[in-house]
Design a protein around this ligand. Sequence first.
Ligand code: BV8
Ligand code: ZN
Length: 249
Amino acid sequence: MSPDVLEAAARALAGARRVVVVSGSGISAESGVPTFRDKDGIWSTVRIEDVATPEALRRNPRKVWEFYEGRRRNMQAVQPNPGHHAIAEMEAVFGEVVTITQNIDGLHQRAGSTQVLELHGSLWKARCLDDCGATRDPFPVPAAELPPPCECGGVLRPSVVLFGELLPPGAMEQAAQDAAECDVCLVVGTSGAVWPAAGIPLVAKKAGRITIEVNPADTEISADLDLLLRGGSGEVLPALLHRTCELRT
Ligand code: BV8
Ligand code: ZN
């Protein structure tokens, strides 16, 4: 991580009142949660077509549930890391911090972040596959049965956004508005491969806001962003917050 870029990022943040954080699975990597597209990522062992599309869910709900129940069980041994905690601590430093996440693991909330927009849903919620209106929030782990039965006689589905499905109503509009109106947009641990989420940092950029990427590697959107902090978010974010607070006093 280049000290000059860290200093420039801290100076940008020191003058900020409204901060937006756009996060992906990379922020949970140091907690032991696998990412998707890295060499040992989730999609290197299972195919999206088999477990993460509405077609797969209709075809074999048990197989899809086994995939998500496996991730829910793994989360029981996982804790938020210093990267999640730094973002939660930012809420006490800045006027407003909105965390717009593609993650369904709930680690931002467990670290204490209060304004979290889950673009792709949550592992801890379920609803009726046939939209009878039944929802389970929270839906604790373990599920007694897979697929879990619904009170209407049908089955429940994980409340996550599968590929080919629309994001929760209003989520993209809210995210785009927050990004356009922030002072600084931190882009943490995402490859920028999945749309429309990958477009949110670009909304901030187009609105003339400062965009800062925190990622050990280049991403599909790095070229469009202002400052690139190369390193793990569990290291970079605490260092960035520390230097920012020094500059604000
Ligand atoms: C939709 C929930 C309308 C379930 C997920 C435009 C162009 C091309 C394709 C499309 C397009 N518009 C729509 C599409 C199709 C599709 C899409 O984007 N496909 C991609 C793959 C090409 N989008 C959709 O289907 C979306 N719906 O558009 O509906 C529509 C419908 C039909 C047709 C057209 C339009 C719905 C997308 C949501 C899917 N659900 N998750 C689940 O989690 O199982 S997406 C999934 O990917 C996760 O949510 C994840 O968060 C997201 C993004 O991945 P990343 O988190 O970025 O993970 P990745 O592994 O890629 O990268 C990790 C990064 O972390 C790396 O950069 C790495 O360097 C970094 N890292 C590693 N260690 C660290 C680190 N960073 C910091 N610190 C570390 N220590
Ligand atoms: Zn039902």
